[in-house]
Write a protein that binds this ligand. Structure first.
Ligand code: DC
Length: 231
């Protein structure tokens, strides 16, 4: 059966991973959360106090790191760093505050892009991130660029963090999102931008179900049939 690669890019908390996970499930494809990879690198750098301005220390550290994805008993994807489940730690504010600086380092990007391209070489991958349609998978058969209004994104992230029991104000969430947006879209190496052939999808006024249905319609237009239900 024909398999394609799907690239999903956009700012933080626009609904990228919701759509990506649901598409992967419906199509029986592999979901790759590239933000989790940059977060895992950031956690390692923080824990080992790697100076970000020391290229030798950065490249040595990158060689020490192995990042994988596994599923837990409930079928949820977990990020594994050097054999340890770091899924919860990489979602902390400590990592969120530092990740954009780490993701702007060219050596970090080169190492991650190389791994991501390897993961996608046999097709059948849904990958979400910032540079997937432009740099990692420029030949992806379907590219989506997801947006949402800033206040909607803040609310979504705030609720997510509250559910995890983190105490944080909506103002802090809004500030972190704005800061990351700025760094992610202004860095020199592969800044976040919409690929020319990416389809724009604004999720502000769409339910989760509506977002997924819209994305699935675009997949079906390419002659790909879902194997499972998306939800
Ligand atoms: O999607 P996320 O919020 O988990 O991503 C965390 C950070 O990683 C984000 O602020 C920018 C960076 N990132 C990146 O530079 N390139 C990617 N392909 C994915 C994420």
């Amino acid at each position: 059966m024909k398999k394609i690669n799907i690239a999903i890019d956009g700012f933080s908390s626009c609904g990228k991973s919701t759509i990506a996970k649901a598409l992967a499930k419906a199509l029986n494809y592999i979901f790759i959360d590239t933000g989790a990879m940059y977060r895992a690198v950031t956690l390692y750098f923080l824990d080992h106090q790697i100076p970000l301005d020391d290229p030798q220390a950065v490249s040595n550290a990158l060689r020490q790191m192995q990042i994988q994805f596994e599923r837990d008993a409930r079928g949820r994807q977990r990020t594994i760093l050097n054999g340890r489940d770091v899924e919860d730690e990489i979602r902390s504010m400590r990592v969120a505050r530092a990740v954009s600086q780490v993701a702007a380092i060219p050596a970090v990007r080169r190492a991650m892009v190389h791994q991501q391209q390897n993961m996608a070489k046999n097709k059948g991958v849904v990958m979400d991130g910032r540079d997937i349609g432009t740099v990692v998978l420029p030949d992806a058969e379907l590219k989506l660029f997801i947006t949402a209004r800033p206040e909607v994104r803040t609310q979504r992230r705030y609720r997510e963090l509250l559910e995890k029991g983190l105490s944080i104000s909506p103002e802090e969430v809004a500030e972190n999102l704005a800061q990351r947006d700025y760094i992610d879209s202004h860095r020199e190496d592969s800044p976040l931008r919409r690929a020319e052939d990416a389809i724009l999808l604004d999720t502000s006024d769409l339910s989760r179900e509506e977002q997924v249905q819209k994305a699935l319609k675009l997949v079906e237009k390419l002659g790909i049939k879902p194997e499972n239900t998306a939800s």
